[in-house]
Design a binder for this molecule. Structure first.
Ligand SMILES: [Zn+2]
Length: 303
């Protein structure tokens, strides 16, 4: 993984670029955040480190993160997560192609990519997340590069990656930031490279239900705790900045649970994931159903 300065894109050596910008390197991890950018994440700009992990078992940081994400479906697991939940990457075998995950946190998709034959790099603004990702990769015997940085200023040269992937990340960006990130993804993709971006759909069945409920009980501004996009809007922006784009279903009714996590879920949630999977398969034959999915994948090819 060759890094460049996130400000001027000259090569970095030991955390210093050719123009003299200096970056922290904590515990061997380059921290390539740029103060000029307003934070996209609570962890931005705060260089907090994790305490050392216990000698055995799952990383406590990962337990905590899993309990707090995925619409709290996994909350019951904080105390006794039996293994790291590694999702299934919906991409063809990697054949040693390079893979960038934008907003990787503890690196579950990077692990999935490595196991599928890709050479993964993960970037995230949270040093704690990246430290955990490195520890998890080591525990699982997976090779992956990790760096702390800002998705709007990717510290990689143009055309560095064959695949760029992002999951459950764009919903946290303002529209303005999301467009800057899409532009960056297009820049770091090699010609003919592919991106796969997961996004919450404003027209998803559950999204609509949440919006109706929230409008009834709360002020409308809270609608945008998760920033939903219309699928066509997302596709148009991706086509403008990356290239031809297709949409497909990730899931219905919830935002993030993975079929691979079925054994980890309580029965009532398992039922939801099973129905979602059945509808996802149905949508392959009935494409308009895609527009009603709560979680959508956008697959773009760089021209
Ligand atoms: Zn520089």
């Amino acid at each position: 993984m060759k890094l460049v300065c996130p400000r001027d894109r000259t090569p970095l050596r030991d955390g210093v670029c050719q123009q003299g910008h200096e970056y922290l390197v904590v515990d061997g991890i380059p921290v390539l955040l740029v103060e000029e950018e307003s934070p996209t994440h609570a962890a931005c700009g705060r260089v907090e480190q994790l305490p050392p992990p216990p000698a055995e078992g799952l990383d406590p940081f990962v337990r905590e993160v899993i309990g707090a994400t995925c619409g709290r479906l996994y909350e019951h697991l904080i105390a006794d997560l039996p293994e790291y939940p590694i999702p299934e990457l919906r991409l063809p075998p990697g054949g040693r192609r390079t893979f960038l995950e934008v907003g990787c946190n503890w690196g579950r998709w990077c692990v999935a990519a490595a196991r599928r034959g890709y050479v993964p790099t993960g970037i995230d603004p949270s040093l704690k997340g990246i430290q955990a990702a490195r520890r998890v990769a080591e525990q699982l015997g997976v090779e992956a590069g990790y760096v702390v940085g800002d998705a709007r200023r990717l510290p990689f040269a143009d055309g560095s990656f064959d695949v760029v992937f992002s999951y459950s990340v764009f919903q946290h960006f303002s529209k303005h930031d999301a467009l800057a990130v899409i532009r960056e993804i297009g820049r770091v993709l090699a010609p003919g490279g592919r991106s796969l971006i997961q996004m919450a759909n404003v027209y998803g069945a559950r999204s609509l239900w949440n919006q109706v409920r929230e409008r009834r009980f709360r002020e409308p501004r809270t609608l945008f705790d998760v920033r939903y996009w219309g699928p066509r809007e997302l596709r148009d922006e991706l086509e403008r900045r990356i290239g031809p784009t297709d949409l497909s279903v990730d899931g219905f009714f919830t935002l993030n649970p993975q079929p691979t996590d079925l054994p980890l879920l309580p029965a009532r949630y398992r039922a939801v994931v099973r129905v979602s999977e059945a509808m996802r398969k149905l949508a392959e034959r009935v494409p308009p159903l895609t527009l009603a999915a709560d979680s959508i994948y956008a697959h773009s090819r760089r021209g």
